[in-house]
Design a protein around this ligand. Structure first.
Ligand code: ADP
Ligand code: MG
Ligand code: MG
Length: 243
């Protein structure tokens, strides 16, 4: 049974066709890595799965547990268990990590968890990720290192326990610390039966994570899929040979 199924997805932004007939199937608890050259459409894919209004779905369907979600809002998709990590680039003065995460938790779970109960949950999750307690009381992004921002994303994922987590590593390089944090987070999520779609053009992360399936996305389509040996092969040959 599939968790996510994408059939013949075509997405355009403005006049430009970005995704051109993309197919993808993810089963519960699987780790999929999508790699591919810059500009191929990886971020457009992750934004489209999450329901970002920027791209227009011209054709095709996105199914979550067999139900079409094409017309759902981002909020509705989050409530159904899809998570897209994204960084708040700006510092938000006066909002602590704990407040931020509790607000996200309440929104996604449709709950109003008590401060005490949330504190307990947060402590548990932070301990699992080997995070110091005082981190919870810091202001969001204020003076955060790249690694700390990543930690916050991974913490958010582990608090929300989504069915599908999409981690778009963007084009800015991850330092070794951040790489290790993301990898540990993914491996722990897998233990919780969260499926993970990790989007990266760095093979390095695959030294720490063993994906069930690796895909190559080029020019708006998945042109090749394989096991983790595919990532190793790409390291030697690059993307040109795949074309
Ligand atoms: P990747 O994540 O694989 O690098 P993207 O999905 O970011 O690829 O981009 C795919 C293509 O879509 C690129 O050619 C990019 O220039 C274009 N694109 C992305 N966002 C926009 C936008 N807001 N307006 C116009 N073109 C865009
Ligand atoms: Mg890019
Ligand atoms: Mg991108």
């Amino acid at each position: 049974k599939s968790l996510l199924k994408i059939n013949n997805l075509h997405v355009s932004i403005g006049e430009k066709k970005i995704l051109k007939g993309l197919n993808l199937e993810i089963k519960p608890g699987e780790i999929h890595a999508i790699m591919g050259p810059n500009g191929g459409g990886k971020s457009t894919l992750s934004n489209t799965i999450m329901g970002s209004p920027k791209g227009v779905v011209e054709e095709g369907s996105i199914l979550l547990e067999g139900e079409e979600i094409n017309n759902l809002t981002t909020d509705e998709r989050a409530k159904k268990g899809i998570f897209l990590s994204f960084q708040y680039p700006e510092e938000i003065p006066g909002v602590t990590v704990q407040n931020f995460l509790r607000t996200a938790y309440n929104a996604v779970k449709n709950e109003n968890i008590s401060i005490l109960k949330f504190e307990k949950l947060l402590k548990e999750k932070m301990a699992l990720l080997d995070m110091k307690e005082e981190y919870a009381n810091r202001y969001l992004n204020e003076g955060f290192s790249g690694g700390e921002k990543k930690k916050n994303e991974i913490l958010q994922m582990s608090i929300l326990e989504p069915k599908l987590a999409i981690l778009d590593e963007t084009d800015s390089g991850l330092d070794i610390d951040a790489l290790r944090i993301v990898s540990e987070g993914v491996n722990k999520a897998k233990a919780k039966d969260t499926a993970v779609l990790i989007i990266t053009h760095y093979n390095r992360i695959l030294d720490y994570i063993k994906p069930d399936v690796v895909h190559v996305l080029m020019d708006g389509k998945i042109v090749k899929s394989g096991d983790s040996n595919l990532a190793k092969m790409l390291e030697d040959t690059g993307y040109e040979d795949i074309k």
